[in-house]
Design a protein around this ligand. Structure first.
Ligand SMILES: Cc1cc2nc3c(=O)[nH]c(=O)nc-3n(C[C@H](O)[C@H](O)[C@H](O)COP(=O)(O)OP(=O)(O)OC[C@H]3O[C@@H](n4cnc5c(N)ncnc54)[C@H](O)[C@@H]3O)c2cc1C
Length: 345
C-alpha cells in the first residue's frame, strides 16, 4: 500500500474545509507517479481520482471517496533557446507559483510580474490559465508535459493545443481529469517590458511616486502584491478561493437593455457583438456584497469573493453561491458561472 488513508485535505483547500480523502498519494517524479497509477489500476480503479494542487480553486462539497494525487515535482531548469533575447524555463508542477515568479524576477527573467502572489502551483497555472492585472499565463507558456491518468502515457501539449481562453483550457474541459501535469515550460524575456494596461497599476504607481520610465520588475511586483493584499482576504485568516465568479460575457443587445435601467453599468468590449460585464458589480447591485448566509459570506471589500466565516461546510458555500446566482438572474437575466471547481464525489 503506497497510499495514505483517511487523509485530511485541510492543507489542500484554501476554503479551510475539514474534508477527508479516502486515499492520498504524493509523488516527486514521473516514475513515482507511474507506480502510483499502476497500484491504482490494480486495486482501486473503481474509485474516482482527483489531482489537486494547493486547492486554491476547489470547493469540496463532502469528503472525497477516492484517491487524491498531489505533485511534489520540483525544479526550475533553464533550457537552451535559439533566441538570445528569451529564456526557456522547464518547471516542476509542484513548484509554488509565486516562488517561481519571485525566482524569475531575481534572475532578471521577465514576463510574470503581474501574476505575482496568485496562490497555487505551477501545474494548476497551466490548467487554469491564471490571469491577473491584464496578464494571462497562456502568453508565457510554451508547452505542458503531462502523464495520462488513464494509460500512463506521457504527452507534451504545445501551447496552441491547450485551447486557452479566459480561465480555461483543454485540461478544464475536453480532457478534464484525464492528465496529470508534470512540468510546464515557460518562455520569458531578458528584457523588462512592463504590462501597465490595467488602470489600477498605473494609478498605484503614480500614487507611490514611481515613474514608468524608471520602474523595475521588483517594484511592479511589490505594487501588485500591495493591491492584492488590500483587496483579497488572506486564506489563512478567512477561507476563500479568490474570485468565485467569472465575469459574464453577454450580447450587446442584452447589455443595452440593462443599461437603460442601470446607466452606470461598467463594461469591456470583447468584439463587435459581445461585452464583458464585471460579476462583482452585478452582485453588488443585487445587495449581496458584505452579506452572509449562515457561516458563508460575500467579502465586504470584493463582491466576487465568497468567504468561510469559520465553520462553513461546502454545502453552506454552495447555498450562498446559488442564492447570489438566483438574485442576479432575476434582476439582470444573466447566469453567473463559477470560476471555482466543485468537487462533488
Ligand atoms: C486569495 C486568492 C486569490 C486568487 N487570485 C487569483 C487570480 O488573481 N487569478 C487567477 O487566475 N486565480 C486566482 N485564484 C485562484 C487560484 O489561485 C488559481 O486557480 C490557481 O491556479 C490554483 O492553483 P492550485 O495549485 O491551488 O490548484 P487547485 O485549486 O488544487 O486545482 C485547480 C485545478 O487544477 C487541477 N490541477 C492542479 N494541479 C494539477 C496537476 N499537477 N495536474 C493536473 N491537474 C492539476 C485540479 O484538478 C483543478 O481542476 C486565487 C485564489 C485565492 C485563494
Amino acid at each position: 500500500m503506497i497510499f495514505e488513508q483517511n487523509k485530511s485535505l485541510l492543507p489542500y483547500n484554501t476554503f479551510g474545509l475539514d474534508v477527508r480523502a479516502s486515499y492520498f498519494a504524493e509523488y516527486t517524479s514521473e516514475d513515482a507517479l507511474l507506480e502510483i497509477l499502476d497500484e491504482y489500476k490494480r486495486s482501486y480503479a473503481h474509485l474516482p481520482l482527483l489531482h489537486v494542487g494547493r486547492g486554491s480553486n476547489l470547493l469540496f462539497l463532502k469528503d472525497f471517496s477516492g484517491l487524491v494525487l498531489h505533485s511534489r515535482i520540483l525544479g526550475i531548469d533553464e533550457l537552451e533557446s535559439d533566441d538570445p533575447s528569451e529564456v526557456l524555463l522547464r518547471v516542476g508542477a509542484g513548484v509554488v507559483w509565486d516562488d517561481l515568479v519571485s525566482t524569475c524576477i531575481s534572475h532578471s527573467w521577465y514576463g510574470l510580474e503581474n501574476l505575482s502572489f496568485v496562490p497555487g502551483e505551477v501545474g494548476a497555472s497551466a490548467v487554469q490559465n491564471i490571469g491577473a492585472y491584464g496578464s494571462e499565463v497562456k502568453d508565457f507558456i510554451q508547452s505542458v508535459e503531462c502523464v495520462s491518468l488513464l494509460t500512463g502515457e506521457k504527452r507534451v501539449f504545445q501551447v496552441e493545443e491547450c485551447q486557452y481562453a479566459y480561465r480555461s483550457s483543454i485540461f478544464k474541459h475536453e480532457l478534464q481529469g484525464q492528465f496529470a501535469v508534470t512540468h510546464v515550460t515557460y518562455r520569458l524575456s531578458h528584457r523588462f517590458t512592463p504590462n501597465l494596461e490595467y488602470e489600477a497599476l498605473r494609478t498605484t504607481l503614480n500614487s507611490h511616486g514611481i515613474s514608468v520610465d524608471t520602474l523595475t520588475a521588483q517594484q511592479l511586483r511589490k505594487v501588485v502584491i500591495g493591491i492584492r493584499q488590500s483587496k483579497l482576504p488572506d486564506p489563512k485568516v478567512l477561507g476563500n478561493a479568490g474570485s468565485f465568479f467569472m465575469n459574464p460575457i453577454i450580447s450587446k443587445e442584452q447589455f443595452e437593455q440593462i443599461r437603460e435601467k442601470y446607466p452606470t453599468i461598467p463594461s469591456y468590449p470583447i468584439n463587435d457583438t459581445r461585452v464583458k460585464v464585471p460579476a462583482g458589480w452585478l452582485i453588488e447591485q443585487v445587495g449581496w456584497k458584505g452579506r452572509s448566509l449562515g457561516p458563508a459570506a460575500v467579502y465586504d471589500r470584493q463582491a466576487l469573493v465568497i468567504v468561510n466565516l469559520g465553520d462553513a461546510s461546502g454545502a453552506d458555500i454552495l447555498s450562498l453561491y446559488n442564492s447570489i446566482r438566483l438574485a442576479v438572474r432575476m434582476e439582470f437575466g444573466i447566469d453567473l458561472q463559477s470560476e471555482v471547481n466543485f468537487i462533488l464525489k
